[in-house]
Write a protein that binds this ligand. Structure first.
Ligand SMILES: O=C(CO)[C@@H](O)[C@H](O)[C@H](O)[C@H](O)COP(=O)(O)O
Length: 368
């Protein structure tokens, strides 16, 4: 790593992890100094892009064309059209998320993911270049297993617990997205603004335990495990921590990506120096063993309901059996994880309802 000092943070992080963009605006993505790997989205980012004036005409035409099929048909086609605009500006996959209003309905989630699958194929975007995000509820992981078996690439999103992550592995997801922070965007007082997020942020324990679980499962089975695409950062230090913890990719907001590109590398706040970047195939076989600095994260969980009775999540439980009853039970026994999952779904539902209203109004105007 010669001449590290002259580099920006984005360059240095890219040597360790895949840097993704958590935003859909094609003009912004084109303006970036280097192509991001993946372009992630959710109902909030889709809603903002859908309402952008550059999409007004396309929305009208699409709403008119699909008015007999309901608002979700227009929403899904628009999502893939907007992703298509970004496909040449990124190196990897575009990601869209199934309807959060159906997060507890397996059949509806499968149906929506299949609609996206068909729409992507119609846009000429193959299964190697897209991925469908599905909230990791009980019915959500069952839907993911069904879709993975059919070859549809899926990402388990809104992952707040180790059990959810193991269930996503059992479902055959290619990625998972834990969120470093819960709803601290809505309520900044909830943000643990610590000096050293890798060792002091309460959620770092769960992230590192997920990585360690996947490392163990890889050793046991020789099967590749889901790659971790960490999301919901509040600070540059958290992004650096995500790389140190051993995530495969970090998906960051437009503002954060710009900050990382504009900020010179600061060796003094970088405990993760000289970590080689593993390849995707056999990722967990190449990850370094837990470092002495991070090892304590594996032996406790500050978010656990009862600190005294805490024990690591079991790798031997079938979390998907009996309609995912073991996953549902694990979430019921984990108020911190369950509330965060519910908050995330509620935030996505609100954004989805705004897009529904926008589409319904475009459909009405098109009928005039
Ligand atoms: O899950 C992924 C990517 O896989 C993200 O798009 C994820 O939805 C977002 O980063 C979070 O929802 C953003 O949450 P917040 O930072 O706005 O609280």
């Amino acid at each position: 790593m010669a001449n590290q000092q002259a580099k920006c943070w984005l360059d240095v992080l890219e040597e360790r992890v895949n840097m993704d963009i958590d935003w859909m605006d094609p003009a912004f993505i084109k303006s970036l100094p280097r192509k991001p790997h993946d372009q992630t989205s959710n109902q909030l980012w889709m809603g903002i892009q859908l309402a952008h004036t550059s999409n007004t005409e396309l929305l009208k035409t699409t709403a008119k064309e699909l008015k007999a099929e309901g608002w979700l048909a227009t929403y899904s086609k628009m999502g893939t059209l907007m992703c298509k605009e970004n496909i040449d500006s990124i190196l990897g996959r575009v990601l869209v998320q199934t309807s959060p209003s159906q997060a507890y309905d397996m059949a509806a989630t499968i149906e929506h993911a299949k609609l996206y699958d068909r729409e992507f194929q119609q846009r000429g975007i193959s299964r190697e270049r897209f991925c469908i995000k599905i909230p990791a509820t009980g019915p959500g992981v069952l839907a993911m297993r069904h879709l993975s078996r059919e070859g549809v690439p899926v990402l388990g999103t809104a992952v707040f617990s180790v059990e959810q992550a193991i269930a996503c592995s059992q479902a055959g997801c290619i990625y998972i997205s834990p969120y470093y922070n819960g709803k601290s965007h809505q309520d900044p007082s909830l943000w643990p603004n610590v000096k050293d997020p890798a060792t002091q942020h309460p959620f770092s324990h769960r992230i590192y335990q997920i990585i360690d679980s996947y490392r163990q499962l890889y050793r046991r089975t020789g099967q590749d495990q889901p790659l971790i695409k960490l999301a919901a950062f509040r600070s540059r230090k958290e992004v650096v921590a995500g790389a140190e913890l051993g995530c495969h990719s970090l998906t960051v907001s437009a503002a954060m990506l710009k900050e990382l590109a504009d900020t010179p590398y600061e060796a003094e706040i970088d405990p993760g120096k000289n970590q080689p970047k593993p390849t995707e195939k056999g990722f967990y076989g190449q990850l370094q063993d837990p470092s002495p600095r991070l090892q304590p994260l594996l032996t406790s969980d500050p978010l656990a309901q009862s600190k005294d009775s805490w024990k690591p999540a079991s790798l031997d439980v079938d979390y998907l059996a009996n309609q995912a009853s073991e996953l549902i039970k694990a979430l019921d026994n984990d108020p911190a994880g369950k509330h965060r999952l519910e908050d995330a779904i509620a935030m996505f539902v609100k954004a989805e309802m705004e897009s529904k209203a926008l589409i319904e109004s475009a459909t009405q105007q098109a009928a005039l």
